[in-house]
Design a protein around this ligand. Structure first.
Ligand SMILES: *[C@@H]1O[C@H](CO)[C@@H](O)[C@H](O)[C@H]1NC(C)=O
Ligand SMILES: *[C@@H]1O[C@H](CO)[C@@H](O)[C@H](O)[C@H]1NC(C)=O
Ligand SMILES: *[C@@H]1O[C@H](CO)[C@@H](O)[C@H](O)[C@H]1NC(C)=O
Ligand SMILES: *[C@@H]1O[C@H](CO)[C@@H](O)[C@H](O)[C@H]1NC(C)=O
Length: 622
């Protein structure tokens, strides 16, 4: 990387900036969602206002402005001020194209070298309806996910929206009569919704050195499906293979795979799938490098409560009033059901059990001065009428899911994924033939492709949810929210799950403990990471795991480059110096590294570790 990039002093690493601006924006969107829901359900006379609101929703920035004006009472004054500041600046940033990094490299002589295939993360590929039945045809080829029209559908036609997006819990595919498919082309994941860029900054910088649609392929996919069904239904991995072979044929160059977030897991699965079906020599011949950005290599702690209770930090750390509105509109029970039907999301449950994520006696990523351990991933308030202490480690949460979630979910986990920790080299070799292991780098090795390179690029210095305080709602309380006629509930009752356990566990947002370190804030303990993915998952394989022969038999070179999260306060997305999980895709440092690999200057991307990841990784009992 350029030697001029500022190297922050270690003391900066702990000074976190007060910049939850993105959260405000999401909050504002949530306010729109919840606010409108209340309007609709309470009083049909408001329908006319709602109509005009619907029109406005086609422009999210306008919708945000409208929110800040219209729902004054819901938003604290200082937050409102922030929102307004931010909105003026954001609209500028979202309009700005960003070629800077590309131009600079082009001036130094960079030219397209390797064709690239972009593999997006979960939720970033748009999904559209291909249902043609009479009553659903109004949705045909409309985006149900990844656009502002999604917000409209979710709000005004919630039942239908859920019906389209929820998968059949048995087959993991579309329910009878419904077809939803991933959008295709660069636009499938350049922007999530108008103004909220995902891949577009990287595409712009690649374009600035000469890339165009011939050399950039965005491999959009239906992230709701299990990896297995991605190939089974959509032939997703076969298509990547063909694209890569076409690239080789036309350009006589190897391809660079660039993945973001869960795309890292998908790319790893692709390599294992290729190796199994076509041999590792294919990979060595056709793949130059895998660039994994913000990779969810060992899973994400926030996926645990999400699949357990439908909650995560984003849904509990909001003003109580908003939380109540949200709960009424789309309850945690319904969310959990929806998330569980998305077999793809289960690829993000944490991997490696207690070895990686710890237990009551400690976790590898506990800070030296910690008074409590992250190893207890979920802690429960003791119940007066039972003397079972409930302190669940990562493995305990996995057990909870298997025992309490519907049987269909347990079956899906059993037949599609594996979350263990394997030390035996011979067993790891055997796992090459077992697709359930291909999304877990602790049970399946990197392919035997010695010329391939692996780049781990991720942000650091952003507090990230890591463990939780839970409570069990007393049954009476539960009845208040329970709608026995709800189809989602009926379905799971039919499928043999215990109705009480379905959402009796909830994150206890009333627990805040400043005297502990790390402190509990509204039921959530924060650790280190990029704001979404824990440092252990981002980096432990890169700096340590793949140094072990059993996980990397061909000794593939792994370069880890951390990006220090130092966002600009005047930019909703943190500007060119953000290391945030998603906003890093607009970081100049990251863009430079990515473009360098693409143009054949990968050897100039330096190893750079700013976080304590090496120490943490060494504490894992490999
Ligand atoms: C899980 O994998 C099996 C193959 O082992 C497949 O038949 C099934 O559809 C998958 N289940 C889900 C829910 O994706
Ligand atoms: C523990 O150490 C971290 C970083 O070294 C520091 O930010 C934090 O304030 C310390 N906490 C306590 C309670 O001493
Ligand atoms: C508490 O634990 C003891 C021994 O482990 C057991 O005998 C007793 O029944 C338990 N009490 C309750 C209320 O579960
Ligand atoms: C589970 O739910 C599905 C969908 O409602 C239903 O078709 C199936 O019969 C149920 N399975 C059992 C075992 O009840």
């Amino acid at each position: 990387m350029s030697p001029s990039s500022p190297s922050p002093s270690p003391s900066d690493a702990t000074a976190s900036k007060p910049r939850p601006v993105l959260r405000y924006a999401l909050l504002a969107l949530a306010v729109v969602v919840a606010g409108v829901a209340v309007f609709v359900s309470r009083d049909m006379r408001h329908m006319r206002n709602v109509r005009s609101l619907m029109d406005v929703l086609d422009d999210p920035l306008e919708a945000l402005q409208l929110t800040s004006l219209k729902y004054d009472a819901l938003i604290p004054k200082d937050m409102r001020q922030n929102l307004e500041d931010m909105l003026t600046k954001t609209s500028k940033w979202s309009e700005t194209l960003d070629f800077q990094v590309g131009w600079e490299l082009a001036r130094q002589g960079a030219k397209p070298e390797h064709p690239v295939v972009l593999i997006p993360g979960i939720v970033s590929t748009g999904l559209e309806s291909w249902t043609t039945s009479e009553e659903e045809s109004a949705y045909f080829r409309r985006r149900l996910w990844g656009s502002t029209s999604m917000l409209r559908s979710a709000l005004f036609d919630k039942e239908k929206w859920v019906k389209h997006l929820m998968l059949d819990p048995e087959t993991g595919l579309d329910p009878e009569g419904i077809r939803v498919r991933a959008a295709q082309g660069l636009d499938a994941a350049s922007y999530f919704a108008a103004g909220y860029w995902v891949w577009s900054k990287i595409i712009e910088n690649l374009a600035a050195v000469g890339y165009d649609t011939n050399r950039i392929h965005l491999a959009g996919y239906d992230w709701r499906l299990s990896m297995y069904n991605l190939e089974e239904r959509d032939h997703f991995f076969t298509r990547i293979m063909s694209q890569v072979e076409t690239n080789s044929k036309i350009y006589k160059k190897k391809t660079v795979l660039i993945s973001h977030s869960m795309g890292g897991t998908v790319a790893f699965y692709f390599l294992k799938w290729m190796e199994h079906h076509h041999g590792a020599a294919w990979i060595d011949k056709h793949i130059e490098a895998l660039v994994s950005i913000s990779g969810t290599l060992l899973g994400v702690p926030k996926a645990m409560p999400a699949l357990m209770t439908g909650e995560m930090r984003d849904t509990v750390q909001v003003p109580a009033m908003l939380a109540n509105l949200l709960e009424r509109f789309f309850s945690s029970r319904e969310r959990a059901q929806l998330f569980r039907s998305w077999a793809g999301s289960a690829s993000m449950l944490v991997k490696g059990g207690e070895v990686v994520w710890g237990n009551e006696n400690g976790a590898p990523d506990d800070m030296d001065n910690a008074t409590v351990t992250h190893g207890v991933m979920m802690e429960y308030e003791p119940q007066p009428d039972s003397n079972s202490t409930r302190r669940l480690s990562a493995a305990g949460v996995h057990d909870w899911l298997r025992l309490n979630a519907p049987k269909t979910f347990e079956h899906m986990l059993q037949t599609n994924y594996s979350y263990g920790f394997e030390r035996s080299a011979s067993q790891i070799r055997k796992n090459n033939a077992d697709h359930t292991k291909w999304s877990n780098p602790l049970e399946a090795a990197l392919p035997n492709a010695p010329h391939m390179k692996l780049y781990c690029l991720y942000g650091y210095n952003q507090p990230t949810e890591r463990s939780y305080w839970m409570h069990e709602l007393p049954p009476e309380d539960e009845k208040l929210h329970l709608n026995p006629d709800h189809p989602l509930l009926t379905q799971s009752l039919n499928n043999g799950s215990n109705p009480k356990s379905l959402s009796l566990s909830r994150i206890d947002a009333s627990v805040t403990r400043g005297d502990e370190f790390p402190a509990v804030q509204q039921g959530v303990r924060l650790g280190e990471g990029d704001g979404t993915v824990s440092l252990l998952s981002l980096g432990a394989m890169c700096v340590e795991g793949w140094k072990h022969k059993r996980y990397n038999p061909a000794n593939i070179q792994v370069i880890t480059h951390e990006v220090f999260h130092d966002p600009s306060a005047f930019d909703l997305r943190g500007g060119g110096s953000s290391g945030d999980h998603i906003d890093i895709l607009g970081s100049h440092e990251l863009n430079e590294a990515v473009v360098r690999v693409a143009v054949g200057l990968g050897h100039t991307v330096e190893e750079r570790i700013l976080s304590p990841i090496r120490t943490y990784a060494q504490r894992i009992a490999w």
